[in-house]
Design a binder for this molecule. Structure first.
Ligand code: ZN
Length: 294
């Protein structure tokens, strides 16, 4: 239950999904309690941008962080992998505005972070433990968190397409379940949305190499990695967005027809409703050894 960082720095290069721009990124070990921090090495202003809700600048189609002029886009898959592998502290340096997409899943990040090795640090990890439900609704969309001793997610998608109708998955998140069940799930879009995204200056780096493209008659990429790969990817995105709480969370999150905007609203609401949770350092049985009502 101690905090974790990497044993050594690792580097990777790729392109951004939305910008299409090449980027080289280095992920470095970081001291206890520093959290996940980004830094742009291509700008004269190298100020740090912590992965915190206070630094969220956009949750439209992707999650982007910023501090003044310093912007880091599409952070969710990398953040999800750090959450999934239980890495609390890391410094991420990149020489462009957008985190690389690789194959649209978190598989490459799993390999990269595992190749660095994981270092256990000399400080306890902190969790937010929810003891009172928090629920949000937005027309026919909904997101909630209820008390639960671990982190459990139940996610439902329901798009007007035969391959994406009413798909639900429930999973208890651990590094093992993340690596096997969630990390391989790729991002997806409907073919009919591609033109709309491009007109908004998005998905410029998007291709069949890094996204599942779903047409009226089926999948353009051939086959899926899981029958329910799309809802699994939504869980991947949610985990990345939950990182912006600044600490891990214990509870059962249920999402119906969600996306980055709804995820970020839940994060905001949790941070606001401080009478619905407390911090704990937890133990392996999920009971509490340090309780503080805030
Ligand atoms: Zn995604």
């Amino acid at each position: 239950m101690n905090q974790k960082t990497l044993k050594k720095s690792v580097e990777c290069s790729g392109i951004g999904l939305h910008s299409g721009r090449p980027v080289t990124m280095r992920i470095r070990p970081a001291p206890v309690n520093s959290g996940i921090v980004f830094r742009r090495t291509d700008l004269p202003d190298r100020k740090a941008v912590s992965a915190l809700h206070a630094n969220l600048v956009s949750a439209q189609y992707a999650t982007s962080l910023g501090n003044g002029e310093v912007i880091i886009k599409t952070v969710e898959h990398l953040l999800s992998c750090l959450m999934g592998l239980e890495i609390d502290n890391a410094l991420i340096e990149l020489d462009s505005e957008e985190v690389p997409v690789f194959d649209g899943s978190a598989n490459y990040y799993v390999q990269l972070l595992q190749s660095a090795g994981i270092q256990i640090q000399e400080a306890r990890r902190k969790f937010i433990k929810v003891y009172r439900p928090i629920e949000l609704y937005d027309k026919d969309r909904a997101i909630s968190i209820k008390p639960y001793p671990r982190l459990r997610i139940t996610y439902t998608i329901d798009f007007p397409h035969p391959l994406l109708k009413n798909q639900t998955k429930t999973i208890d998140i651990s590094s093992e379940s993340f690596i096997t069940e969630i990390a391989p799930a790729r991002t997806f879009c409907l073919y009919e949305e591609v033109e709309n995204l491009r007109q908004q200056g998005l998905a410029k780096g998007g291709s069949l190499e890094n996204a599942i493209v779903i047409g009226r008659d089926g999948i353009y990429n051939g086959s899926l990695r899981f029958e329910d790969e799309c809802v699994r990817h939504k869980i991947l995105d949610l985990l990345g967005d939950l990182t912006l709480l600044g600490t891990r969370i214990l509870g059962h999150i249920t999402v119906y027809k969600g996306g980055h905007l709804l995820h970020s609203r839940l994060v905001r609401e949790i941070l606001l409703q401080q009478n619905s949770w407390y911090y704990t350092s937890g133990n392996e049985k999920g009971s509490l050894d340090e309780r503080k009502i805030v």
